[in-house]
Every structure is written in structure tokens, then in C-alpha cells.
Ligand binder design. Sequence first.
Ligand SMILES: [Zn+2]
Length: 252
Amino acid sequence: MATAPPEDQRRLLEVQALDTRAQQLAHQRKTLPALTTLTELDGRIADLRASLVESRTRVADLKRELTKAESDVEQVRNRAERDQQRLDSGGVSAKDAVALTDELGSLATRQAALEEIELGVMERLEAHEDALAKVEAANGELVAEKTRVEAERDAGWAQIDAQVQAMVSERAKAADGLDTALVTLYEKIRTQRGGTGAAVLNGNRCEGCRMNLPPGDLANIKNAAPDAVVRCEECSRILVRVSGVKTGAAAG
Ligand SMILES: [Zn+2]
């Protein structure tokens, strides 16, 4: 059976307490409420992205359509102006004057039709610009909220990291000079047993697995030398014998 000075075994419990605290902090770091909120926000931003892209494309298309409609009207208007100038100049034959007047009539009709189209595009563009503004605003709010929650997350992390930082030196101090074989065994069990490698023997109970030891095991432990490193038969953790311990959850 492995042995280690009884004082080292008791000090191992301090190391265990600090390691447990470090594990809790690591868990806290991974489960900050802000992280859940950020995942939700990312989902909502992604959901909105499709409508945003669609809406922006629609508005851009309508703007192009409007430019085309405006240029169509402009062309007809220019043609009519030129015809009118020729007519007004008086330098055309009577036959040409009739033709020009006819053309001016049909150009006016054409212009009215094109202006109708232009107006329709303008109305549609306006409606889509309103819709786009709403989607942009919703997106902007989500992005702003995300920035705010990211800051909240960073503050939470910084707070935890500061505690971890402080604990690293505290842990080093607690483990300083401890029996090397004992620490190695502790680390091995701790890795296998979800973070707890050493526990107090509290009366007849192992505080590692919270099981009462059978009388035979208990008798063996009582008979073991003080420097013997005893283990729980149930969970195989190092059982530290501390006289008169009745603390924490065990007291209830
Ligand atoms: Zn146990």
C-alpha cells in the first residue's frame, strides 16, 4: 500500500478544494447566461438575413427599373420637343407639318403611358423601401443587442478569469512540497473520477461517493498505519482520515 505523511494527506484536501473550485469556475465560464442569449441572437440575425438580402435586392432592382422608366419617358419627351421645334420653325412643308403633328399626337399618348409605368414603379419602390427600412431597423436592433451581450459576456469572463488567476497561485502554494507520489495518484484518480481524487472519511462515510463503508473496510482503515494512503472500495478515491470531522453536507 502506498504511503504518504498524514499531514500531506490532510493538505491534499485543500488542493482538492481549490481544484473543485477551479472546475466550478471553468463550468461557469462555459455556461454564462450571456452565451445562451448570444446563440439565440445569432439565430435570429441569421433568420433575418434572408429577408434582408431579398429586400435589398428587390429595392436595387426597382431602382434600376425606375431609371429605365425615367429614361424611356425622357426619350419620348425629347423626340416630341424636337418635333415641336421643327414645327415651330416654320421651315417644313405642309405635308411634313401634318406628319409631325400626327407624330406629336402619338408621342403624347406614348409619353402618358410611359409616365403611368414610371409612376407604378415609383409606388412599388416606395413600398419596398418602407419594408426594407423595417427589416434594416430590426436587424440593427439585433446587432446592437448582440454587441451589448458580447460586452456582458466579456465582463463575465474577465471576472471569472481573475478568480482563476488568483487561484492558480493559491493552488501552487497548497501543493508545494507535497509528497510527489501522493499528488500523482491524486491527479490520476481525479482525472478518472470527474474531478474529485481525494475525499474526507467522515465517520463511516466516504465524502467522495457519499457511501457508507462496510464495517470490514472501516475496520481495515482503522487498523491501517497513519501514513498509509487508504482508498474507498466503492469509488477508489483517496480517503483522508481527519479526526472529528463533521462538516458541510455531512453534518445534516
Ligand atoms: Zn467513495
